[in-house]
Design a protein around this ligand. Structure first.
Ligand code: DX5
Ligand code: ZN
Length: 224
């Protein structure tokens, strides 16, 4: 069966002075997830926001919260992120010594589990966890900032992951994040990704229109 194609706009590129309006626009436009990038200034050079912000925005939207943790030793904060309103928590394989413990902690807190790899990390490193998580996030840029250019070489890993999932009969989603634009989303799609993060390509002067454009494209591809 064809995996469900989903758009996950990244809040990092939203206008923080009017988040409620931005969330309404992406929801009305048909987006499936709200992608929430948490950065600690250690795992990645930049710092974004944390639990209090997530807790607060949980009150103004019922969208599915896809929380992408770019933080070291994520196991320490899983419970707090779950309590703040996360629906899915993705952590980085490179950020922990014990990925299984992080997976167990996310499950214990009744959230869906995602695991992510940076551009230089091979798929083989994450393969043993593919049947234990709900989603694999293949970073298509070096994590840390929005607005970067997609690294096409990362798409080979998407192909490898899709082949693995198909061969093993798994239902694990494959997400891509970084540099996804309307004019290149076909590349990760053809490589086998089914969840697409897009930040700077979605949020802007016409957030509703851009969201619709992506979602209509994905709906058309889904139907084919
Ligand atoms: C990068 C973040 C991304 C980022 C994507 O570290 O994980 O989610 O916001 O932004 P764009 O789509 O602008 O590359
Ligand atoms: Zn992200």
């Amino acid at each position: 069966m064809k995996p469900t194609l989903k758009l996950a706009p990244s809040m990092l590129s939203a206008d923080f002075a009017k988040l409620a309006e931005e969330f309404k626009a992406i929801k009305d436009g048909g987006a499936h997830y709200l992608h929430i990038d948490v950065m600690d200034g250690i795992f990645v050079p930049s710092i974004s926001f944390g639990m209090p912000v997530i807790k607060s925005i949980r009150k103004c939207t019922d969208m599915f919260f896809d929380v992408h943790l770019m933080i070291v030793d994520p196991v320490r904060y899983i419970e707090e992120f779950a309590k703040s309103g996360a629906d899915l928590i993705t952590f980085h394989l490179e950020a922990t010594e014990d990925p299984q413990a992080v997976i167990d902690e996310i499950r214990r807190n009744n959230c869906k589990v995602g695991i992510s790899i940076k551009p230089k990390t091979p798929f083989a490193d994450v393969a043993p966890y593919m049947d234990k998580v709900d989603m694999l996030l293949v970073m298509t840029v070096e994590p840390g900032f929005g607005g970067q250019k997609m690294m096409p070489e990362t798409l080979d890993k998407v192909r490898e992951a899709r082949a693995f999932v198909t061969e093993k009969g798994l239902t694990t989603d494959i997400q891509v994040d970084g540099g996804v634009k309307f004019d290149n989303i076909n590349l990760p799609l053809e490589a086998g990704a089914n969840v697409f993060v897009a930040g700077s390509a979605v949020f802007g002067p016409d957030t509703l229109g851009e969201t619709k454009r992506f979602c209509e494209y994905l709906a058309k591809e889904q139907a084919e």
